[in-house]
Design a binder for this molecule. Sequence first.
Ligand code: PLP
Length: 358
Amino acid sequence: MGPGPSDVSPRVLNAMARSTIGHLDPAFVSLMDETKALLQYAFQTANSLTLPVSAPGSAGMEACFVNLVEPGDKVIICSNGVFGKRMHENVIRCGGEAIIIESSWGEQTDADELEATLKGHPEVKAVAMVHAETSTGVRNDIEKLCHIAKQHNCLTIVDAVTSLGGIELYVDEWQIDAVYAGSQKCLSCIPGISPVSFSEHAVAAIRKRKYPVQSWFLDMNLIMGYWGEGKRAYHHTAPVNSIYALHESLLILTEEGLENAWTRHTRLHNKLVSGLEGLGLSMLVKAEARLPQLNTVCVLDGVDEAKVRTTLLNEFNLEVGAGLGDLAGKVWRIGLMGHGCSDRNVDYCLAALKTVLK
Ligand SMILES: *Cc1c(COP(=O)(O)O)cnc(C)c1O
């Protein structure tokens, strides 16, 4: 019950154990087509450039930035945690110029501040934001932020690594141009693969670049030759068994239904929070900005937070996360992600914490 990787469903592990076939085998190509359709459902998009990058969420992030940001481009980053900082690093390495809207950790990005920043910088090309900030447990109102960015004709880049499958995400309706997600958070798949999706606007921006994409491996112009429509050409050897796993995790999500999965995360989050409050604990984030899948709990005064985590791990076989950066030593991060988001786990976690705190 940490911040990820989450518990992997046994169905996913079984799928992974199937024989490895060729990455251009017709049977594998059919599986790729199915995986793409399942991803379009999970993202709620009709984008044809929707595929899993063969590397972890950070590579999905990098794929969005290296394809869309050219030297000299200005990008606004809505930053309120670890992953906003990482976006900043990406923009710098692409030769872009980052304009940072910094909010304190535990708070949402303020939409009025984005509006004001855009008015002051009419030349901005893209606005980047994190939907579910796993380092703080904050849900940013990306529907509103994207709406504002589009009114100023900017491309929108969204980190949905922890949000996909856990909370509402409507890529097309919310006008998201580039989005990347993770396999090991609410999809409960193994780590190491990152679903991404690019809108027509994003594809047009990639096609009319002045400079080639600095990364050969993540250049979407080349990846489209393997994952795109029509005849497929070798680009790199796809992680075949990891795609089996991703496909299975997406099937599980589809069988449950996206809305049902979102509702389950919310219901169990509410149950966890009321249990924690019953133990005298309080949450870092105000109720309306909380992520159901990542709960940041304030450490009580006089409690050795590391000792609590070690005891939970050693004596209860239960992992919870530590605070990062500004929040180190101040919070625990309890994940309720995908397969791990169950009544059984919430009950177990509350009982274990009760014993350890006593
Ligand atoms: C986990 C996470 C990432 C990075 O994913 P990796 O698979 O660890 O590279 C990026 N953004 C957010 C919000 C995350 O929670």
